[in-house]
Design a protein around this ligand. Structure first.
Ligand SMILES: Cc1cc2nc3c(=O)[nH]c(=O)nc-3n(C[C@H](O)[C@H](O)[C@H](O)COP(=O)(O)O)c2cc1C
Length: 210
């Protein structure tokens, strides 16, 4: 019975999962934000390296500076709400690659002759994505909405400076959180609304690709 209840709830959360780029001008209690970002401790990571890091920004001035630095004006037109500065919180997703190297130099992870594995996939970015998904779903669970944007390369130095990031930590993406506002305009222009969702059989292959 417990399992059945859980499954239904998850489907409901998944159904509601979408990017929202306009929010009500209302702050979110600190305790709610803490529950959302605490999901980082439950996120999976390769070898339990735990390279994921967040910087949570809630102060208006700081959000304004980050919005300016990340190019909010690119997303704002007539009738649009300010997506980034108008969010109640920004969660800057970061990754510390060295956590993975440190972990994979430990005795149970090294390969023949004690060498670190050859990284075929940058798991420090993969793991950041897994933590991001938890934040997106946890926000829905709290009745809130989220958006995701990437920081363009040319804007990265300024964003790093504003956040005071140490050199060994890289920014992966930023999640905006708030109570959903009227996002009709921004949603109409979103990538999801302007191209078809791929068919399942293009995305999922059973037993063999072909
Ligand atoms: C890593 C990442 C970066 C994204 N960057 C942007 C962005 O810069 N601007 C934007 O409007 N949406 C951005 N999105 C949102 C996608 O456009 C969105 O997830 C996709 O269109 C599917 O829509 P949905 O998430 O609402 O289902 C980003 C999503 C991800 C995962």
């Amino acid at each position: 019975m417990r399992i059945l209840l859980w499954a239904v709830e998850f489907r409901e959360v998944l159904k509601r999962r979408r990017m929202v780029r306009a929010y009500e001008p209302e702050s979110i209690p600190r305790a709610t934000l803490e529950r959302i970002v605490a999901t980082i401790r439950r996120a999976p990571s390769a070898g339990f390296s735990q390279g994921q890091r967040f910087v949570v920004v809630t102060e208006s001035e700081r959000k304004r500076s980050i919005a300016d630095a990340t190019g909010e004006e690119d997303y704002v037109g007539e009738g649009f709400s300010p997506w980034i500065s108008g969010a109640a919180a920004l969660v800057v997703f970061c990754t510390r690659e060295d956590d993975h190297h440190d972990r994979y130099r430990q005795p149970d992870k090294v390969e023949d002759e004690g060498a670190e594995i050859k990284w075929r996939v940058p798991y420090w970015h993969v793991d950041a994505g897994k933590a991001a998904m938890l934040v997106l779903l946890a926000a829905i669970d709290e009745g809130l909405a989220t958006g995701v944007f990437g920081v363009p390369a040319k804007r990265m130095d300024r964003v790093r400076e504003l956040l005071g990031l140490p050199p060994d930590v890289a920014v992966v993406e930023v999640i905006t959180i708030g109570r959903a506002g009227d996002d009709t305009l921004s949603d109409q222009r979103s990538s999801r609304a302007t191209r078809p969702r791929k068919q399942l059989d293009e995305l999922v292959h059973w037993e063999r690709w072909g």
